[in-house]
Design a protein around this ligand. Sequence first.
Ligand SMILES: Nc1ncnc2c1ncn2[C@@H]1O[C@H](COP(=O)(O)OP(=O)(O)OP(=O)(O)O)[C@@H](O)[C@H]1O
Length: 329
Amino acid sequence: MDGPAIEARRLRKVFTTSVRRPGFVGALRSLVAPERADTVAVEEVSFSVARGELLALLGPNGAGKSTTIKMLAGVLVPSDGEARVAGQVPHLDRKVNARRIGAVFGQRTQLWWDLPAVESFTMLRDIFKIEQEAYRTRLEELDGLLELASFWQRRPRQMSLGQRVRCDLAAALLHDPPIIFLDEPTIGMDAVAKEQVREFIRYQVEQRSRTVILTTHDMAEVARLARRVLLVNEGRVVYDGGLAELQKEYGSGWKVRVTFATGEVPPGIPGPGEKVGDAHVFAGVDPTAKRELMRSLLDRDDVTDLETHGDDLEDIMAAVYRKRAAVTA
Ligand SMILES: Nc1ncnc2c1ncn2[C@@H]1O[C@H](COP(=O)(O)OP(=O)(O)OP(=O)(O)O)[C@@H](O)[C@H]1O
């Protein structure tokens, strides 16, 4: 199949909910003539994702990220615009779409709550008509990556959050879909479980050429996994591009303060720095230059002290939202 794996063209979603009037009489009137209110969850979102690419979909609470993913997953029908996933309109043929995608919503399990996880896997094997041999190999592979066997006999309600999400990931990818949606997959996990899930995601993209859309509020996760980010705010795209470019454009800069044993900058260090007291201070805005400097410093025996300051990705995101909000106001 040619063309992008995922395409969103001017996607829009408006939810219409009924509003209850206050008081007893109000409640009666609402029954007879319900009052409706519209919530625009996604105003207009366009982007595309190439096959084998990971896109981090970022934005503050309520920006419209989950709604966008649900439209791509075929769970919600767009109010306007069009989604295409592997060339197909997701909600028109949910069965076909379900074979091509795997989705994990970290806040909510899609496993049968009262069934041992491994029985949920067997049911999914039957639903997706996976042959026994292929199923066994796949389960072995997923167990190798996610270490599930020690707890997959448990029911999800008896699992820790990290165990439950790892089972959810296995369940979503059992049929080996080429397109994966991950909505806050590591939310609430401890550092070890997070790391395992991130490695798993990285493996899916780098080794298996899977196409992934990942939403997260964890900027360390974004820095580890994503090269391209799509920022949405109030249902609109406010940035679509490289993470490094975003840092360069919106970051106010970085500073590295180093003390060398000799008191002088030794050869092989990029830039002379500025002497401040006993230390040398290196500064810039380009994150690549910072990485180069750090690499040249980390293996040295003559660095006696090292401090880095500035440009946390969290601060950069906040700066983008503020700036873009001011532009559109
Ligand atoms: N089923 C629904 N009915 C009515 N409004 C909804 C529904 N689902 C979402 N919304 C509203 O749409 C907006 C976008 O919600 P969405 O869940 O897509 O945001 P999000 O970016 O995923 O947020 P978060 O980071 O908090 O998960 C919010 O204002 C939300 O209250």
